[in-house]
Write a protein that binds this ligand. Structure first.
Ligand code: NAD
Length: 302
């Protein structure tokens, strides 16, 4: 039997704050494949995540009957590379107090201290933030656009930059993109479409650079719409999901596990020949060039 086996591998999933999003499903799949999993959580969401875990409020059940547990939960604000970059307004915020170094280099140092040098194998970037996502691009401020790019695209460059040198050979990086990078999705605003386009382009360039320099692979999953906490902030996620179910080649609902399982494959040695790729996990939605008119969008093609 061909079985994804990540035993002996240490995986970091950045962008886990509850059990509704892609990061959680990816953490579950990696764990079920045998990896040890650590997570990075945005400081404003950290307390509530810890409380929900302590109170057993999150779905930690694995498909094989096992349990999702984390070796470590690190605070991470991927907007910042080192503490000297953090503005006073953020560092003095009570949710950022007493956390130590929550920047990307702080995370690198903490992982190295806790697990040793050259122990990390897998890094998943499952985070995004666009403060003006509900505004059309044409109405987006420069500050909103740059924040979306910094939090959602440069954060990945930064993670490859700082983590790649301390990872084991054959390491694997993965990020999560969305079709709005290449086609117009009305309502996905605030410069988030631009950030996803940058993220996909960076995936290719970093695949070359980190491949040559460190032997690491860099891939992206372009995922279909899911009603995660972040997606609900867009304000029209349910419309996007219904549209996909009516118009995609496969009409059964996309689940976060569909993405989690693909992520586990891409991070495994079975995917050793895959780098610089954007893999669609969207029930085929990206392949469509026209909406399926009613009533044909309800069932099999006519
Ligand atoms: P989510 O809410 O589960 O994940 C987003 C995470 O980003 C949250 O945990 C949030 O705390 C974290 N975050 C925000 N700003 C951060 C920062 N500065 N530093 C560190 N963490 C930060 O939602 P999700 O939809 O599962 O999003 C995960 C990834 O999947 C994102 O890249 C998103 O764009 C992508 N994606 C989502 C969809 C969808 O429809 N939900 C579709 C395609 C791609």
């Amino acid at each position: 039997m061909l079985k994804i086996n990540l035993e002996g591998k240490l995986a970091l999933v950045a962008g886990v704050a509850d059990d509704q999003g892609y990061g959680w499903a990816i953490a579950k799949a990696l764990k079920q494949a045998g990896a040890r999993v650590i997570i990075g959580t945005w400081p404003p969401a950290l307390n509530i995540l810890r409380m929900s875990l302590d109170r057993g409020k999150l779905d930690t059940k694995l498909a094989d009957g096992g349990e999702l547990t984390f070796e470590k939960i690190y605070p991470l604000d991927a907007m910042f590379d080192q503490l000297s970059d953090v503005p006073e307004e953020t560092s003095s915020n009570k949710r950022y107090q007493n956390l130590g170094d929550y920047t990307v280099t702080g995370l690198r140092d903490a992982i190295e201290k806790d697990f040793g040098k050259n122990q990390l194998d897998i890094v998943v970037h499952s985070l995004a933030n666009g403060p003006e996502v509900q505004k059309a691009l044409i109405d987006t401020s420069r500050a909103g656009y740059l924040t979306a790019s910094s939090a959602s695209a440069y954060s990945f460059v930064s993670m490859v930059r700082w983590l790649s040198p301390m990872m084991r050979p054959n390491g694997s990086f993965l990020n999560l993109s969305y079709m709005a990078s290449e086609k117009v999705i009305p309502g996905y605003g605030g410069g988030m479409s631009s950030a996803k386009a940058a993220l996909e382009s960076d995936t290719k360039v970093l695949a070359f650079e980190a491949g040559r320099r460190h032997g690491h692979r860099i891939n992206s999953i372009s995922a279909g719409a899911l009603a995660s906490r972040a997606a609900k902030a867009i304000g029209m996620i349910q419309l996007m999901i219904t549209y996909a179910e009516q118009n995609a080649p496969l009409q059964d609902p996309l689940t976060s596990d569909d993405v989690g399982n693909t992520a586990a494959f891409l991070c495994s040695d079975f995917a050793r020949g895959i780098t610089g790729s954007v893999v669609y996990v969207d029930k085929g939605m990206h392949a469509m060039g026209m909406a399926v008119p009613a009533p044909y969008n309800q069932g099999s093609p006519k």
